[in-house]
Design a protein around this ligand. Structure first.
Ligand code: IPM
Ligand code: MG
Length: 359
């Protein structure tokens, strides 16, 4: 029996537009091949929304998001704001607001290297081979959402790092449940030697750990974790961390998967799931047609599995990506010195190869 789902597509800014088109095409192909019905709607968010409506997240997009079964998002951001920190209305506010409004407190970022990309990373292949990490990044708390202040004379500023017990509990439980289905190891990352918010984090994780005696728990400071991740990525299974540390660590971890262009993510929580590549809008290459569409396509694989329970279809998408890489096709970001020139391709050619491999 086929399923019927409403999917909101939010391409956002920069290369978001280019890569999300391919995520959507993959969804349409899966629907067709497996007799599902996916209804697509489009929403605006980010710089494009500011230009059109004055707001980074118009109410119409939020309404559509609440009424959908899953959301496929591209990227957010524009050079204009990066170069002018004084601008009050900023594209990223849209992304943060939608995360908060939809209660997307758990951001899952799987880091797994396709064997074909062993040479694409700047890390040695023997360090990388076999690495398989699942990050649980808390997504609706921390300095991201704590009170922001600027002194009257504007000469000092602060962002409050704040966590509540319930926020740590709910993400910790999700991470422990996932660890049980994997290698039963969980590493919680914090800065409890310095930060009070981290001491609460560690205290709560230690309590939740008692509910999961079958999972081996380890606590690590963020600075050490950043080092261990590159030194020996295979030692990690599930990594549980707060919003800011998770943001930084997962960009670092993208090198374990070859490129930022390969990493997908799922944000889940109260109800609807939100799927996005971890890369940004990459304005330096936007519009050139060279962005890697695989992170968007792999985000679709996560959507099929996590939001719709379509495991076969999800695996089919991952296999199609794998097959495309095995055939030697590469976008610029994952090419290496051995890649034959004629196999280096742009966004559309790469996306088309994946579609071919889906059929
Ligand atoms: C991410 C991004 C966002 C974040 C930005 C665009 C606000 O870097 O999803 O990792 O910091 O969460
Ligand atoms: Mg980030």
């Amino acid at each position: 029996m086929g399923v019927e789902k409403k999917i909101l597509v939010i391409p956002g800014d920069g290369i978001g537009q280019e890569v999300t088109a391919w995520g959507q095409k993959v969804l349409a192909t899966i629907a067709n091949n497996y007799h599902h019905t996916f209804h697509f709607e489009e929403g605006m968010m980010g710089h494009v929304a500011i230009e059109a409506t004055g707001e980074p997240l118009p109410d119409s997009t939020l309404d559509k998001a609440r009424n959908s079964d899953a959301i496929l998002f591209g990227a957010i951001g524009h050079a204009k704001y990066d170069n002018d920190p004084t601008l009050k209305v900023r594209p990223e506010q849209g992304l943060l607001k939608i995360r908060k409004e939809l209660g997307l407190y758990a951001n899952l970022r799987p880091i797994k290297l396709f064997d074909e990309l062993l040479e694409a990373s700047s890390i040695k292949p023997e360090i990388l081979r076999g690495a398989d990490i699942l990050f649980f990044r808390e997504l609706t708390g921390d300095v991201y959402f704590g009170e922001k202040k600027r002194s009257e004379d504007r000469s000092s500023a602060s962002d409050l790092m704040i966590y509540h017990r319930y926020e740590v509990e709910r993400i910790a439980r999700k991470a422990y449940e996932a660890a049980r289905t994997r290698r039963s190891k969980l590493c919680s990352v914090d800065k409890a030697n310095v930060l009070e918010a981290s001491r609460l984090w560690r205290e709560v994780v230690q309590e939740i750990a008692k509910e999961y005696p079958d999972v081996e728990t380890e606590h690590m400071f963020i600075d050490n974790a950043a080092m261990q991740l590159i030194k020996d990525p295979k030692r990690f299974d599930v990594v549980l961390t707060g919003n800011l540390f998770g943001d930084i660590l997962t960009d670092e971890a993208s090198q374990i998967a070859g490129s930022m262009g390969m990493l997908a993510s799922a944000s889940v929580g109260d109800k609807v799931g939100f799927y996005e590549p971890i890369h940004g809008s990459a304005h330096d290459i936007a519009g050139k047609g060279i962005a890697n569409p695989l992170a968007s396509i792999l985000s679709v694989a996560l959507m099929l599995d996590i939001s719709f329970g379509l495991k076969t279809e999800s695996q089919r998408v991952i296999k199609a990506v794998e097959a495309t890489l095995r055939q030697g096709y590469r976008t610029m970001d994952i090419a290496n010195k051995h890649t034959v020139n004629e196999f280096i391709m742009g966004t559309d050619a790469m996306g088309a190869k994946v579609l071919e491999n889906l059929n």
